[in-house]
Design a binder for this molecule. Structure first.
Ligand code: BGC
Length: 499
């Protein structure tokens, strides 16, 4: 046991869990701990593995740019560059009431959105946490769950008089997994990402599947548009900030979308779309460098994550960056040091040995711990993993978290830079709407992206500015549904208005 305690307290984590901590006064206690010298040696090794030099970043940007071009030129490429059939920017004058369903990597969200014009809106929503079991069950069962949640939400809105009974409501469906689209209300799932594995869904039209569940549950909603969170973010962000040219999600998964000239999408030239028309492209950049692994600096920890995932070889870029994996990268490093006898000798480390037990939210807390004694880090290790740490060990863990978090942000900068340089946005500059738990909650993530952009482009990198985006999966889906409604049904006629 520690020699003395000087304080205790608790904090609430973004996951909703409560983290208790207590302080210990000295590094020396009766457990054998890692020596500072040994940790310093290891830290140097990890620094060289996880640090990205500006030169290396520029090489990644070049390869990334090539992949984007190849994806636009031919169907079925590693980075699929999906034409979304979302044409042009919103005018900001879209109005009306819409339902939005957002099936994300962590939560299911159902929303009622009122677009009020002039870039203004109102949103009412309910959120449901998805269990790991739900992510693996039969696809139709997953869509049934989405329909049931939507039914409960719509019923409650009808009961409170917000929605009229017996109306068919237009619905924007945000499905944030790569889908091949040949029109706005259709999408064939190419592959699951972010650990999902629901059977009988890959290769199927997810709109048709969800429609079936809506009918089964008698939900008064008509899917008029399928979109992914990134495309929705692009549209929603531009609705409020017209300088936006690119949108990114850095959350459980990662991705980007931007607006492309139809004439510069050779793989759809046969459709005869006016070359000057603009269409949003869902890059699905999380797939960059998949299978061949030629361009990204993968460490052995990244390789373990990949090999033990349900989709080995896939989403190579995403696995180095997104919130689903960063905690696991750090956990694997710690486990290696336990195996080598460097850390936690004489302590029971079984909790640390459970895959994915180290939440990425812990890395955020470790990096943001404001106390000299690193009290939050004590709390994480004692409360969740039942191991005692010294101050030197906690400093070491914080330095490791920083390496992992910084690499993720700098790689994200490479992706943004690839689109900027492909589209020639550097001189004029542009705004990049960004969303997702990592971008919003990880301390310094945005600053590190900006630093990375300057390392790649020099001073001009300052022209590219990321900012916290509007809610793409809710507002964006509603705007997209609104733009496509005329071809489906007249939404405002079937909805009570105003809310
Ligand atoms: C998905 C994308 C999504 C991104 C962010 C990725 O795993 O493939 O469609 O936009 O996660 O949620």
């Amino acid at each position: 046991m520690p020699a003395s305690r000087r304080g205790s307290g608790s904090v609430t984590l973004p996951t909703g869990q409560t983290l208790a901590f207590h302080t210990r006064s000295s590094d020396a206690d009766d457990l054998p701990h890692a020596t500072k010298k040994r940790m310093a040696d290891h830290l140097r090794k990890y620094e060289s593995l996880f640090t990205l030099t500006p030169q290396r970043m520029r090489m990644i940007v070049e390869a990334f740019k090539d992949s984007l071009e190849t994806g636009l030129a031919k169907a079925g490429q590693v980075v699929p560059m999906i034409p979304t059939y979302v044409f042009g920017w919103p005018s900001g004058e879209e109005t009306g009431n819409f339902l939005a369903v957002d099936l994300g990597g962590t939560n299911l969200r159902v929303c009622l959105v009122t677009l009020e014009g002039e870039g203004k809106f109102e949103i009412t929503q309910s959120k449901y946490r998805l269990t790991e079991e739900q992510k693996q069950e039969e696809g139709q069962v997953l869509f049934d769950f989405c329909a049931e949640c939507l039914k409960t939400f719509v019923d409650s809105q009808i009961e409170s008089g917000v929605i009229r009974k017996d109306c068919l409501l237009p619905l924007g469906f945000t499905f944030s997994y790569p889908c091949l689209q040949d029109r706005i209300d259709h999408g064939e799932l190419i592959r699951w990402t972010k650990g999902f594995g629901a059977s009988n869904t890959e290769g199927h039209d997810v709109v048709a599947m969800f429609r079936k569940s809506l009918e089964k549950n008698k939900v008064p909603a008509e899917i008029v548009a399928l979109t992914c969170d990134t495309t929705g973010t692009l549209i929603a962000s531009h609705y409020v900030n017209p300088r936006t040219r690119i949108a990114c999600i850095f959350g459980t998964g990662c991705n980007a979308a931007y607006m492309e000239r139809a004439g510069d999408i050779p793989k759809i030239s046969h459709l005869g779309i006016d070359g000057n028309a603009e269409m949003a492209i869902n890059c699905e950049w999380g797939a960059f460098d998949s299978f061949e692994h030629e361009n990204l600096p993968r460490t052995k920890y990244d390789q373990i994550i990949d090999e033990t995932s349900n989709k080995p070889g896939e989403q190579a870029f995403e696995k180095l960056i997104s919130g689903r994996y960063l905690g696991e990268i750090l956990r694997l490093i710690i486990c290696e040091l336990i195996d080598e006898g460097v850390l936690f000798l004489g302590q029971n480390t079984y909790k640390l040995e459970i895959p994915y037990s180290f939440d990425t939210a812990f890395l955020s807390l470790m990096e943001s711990d404001p106390t000299d004694e690193l009290l939050m880090i004590i709390g994480i290790f004692t409360h969740f993993f039942a191991v005692e740490t010294t101050l030197a060990e906690r400093q070491f863990f914080r330095a490791l978290a920083k390496l992992v978090g910084k690499r993720a942000a700098r790689l994200s900068a490479c992706g943004i830079a690839a689109i900027v340089s492909k589209m020639g946005y550097l001189d004029e500059g542009c705004a990049v709407g960004a969303d997702g738990s990592l971008y919003n909650k990880y301390p310094g993530f945005a600053e590190r992206i900006h630093e990375g952009l300057q390392d790649i482009f020099g001073e001009k990198g300052k022209n590219i500015v990321t900012y916290h985006a509007e809610d793409g999966s809710g507002i964006g889906a509603a705007i997209i549904a609104g733009s496509s409604q005329s071809t489906h049904l007249s939404c405002r006629e079937v909805l009570s208005s105003p809310l």
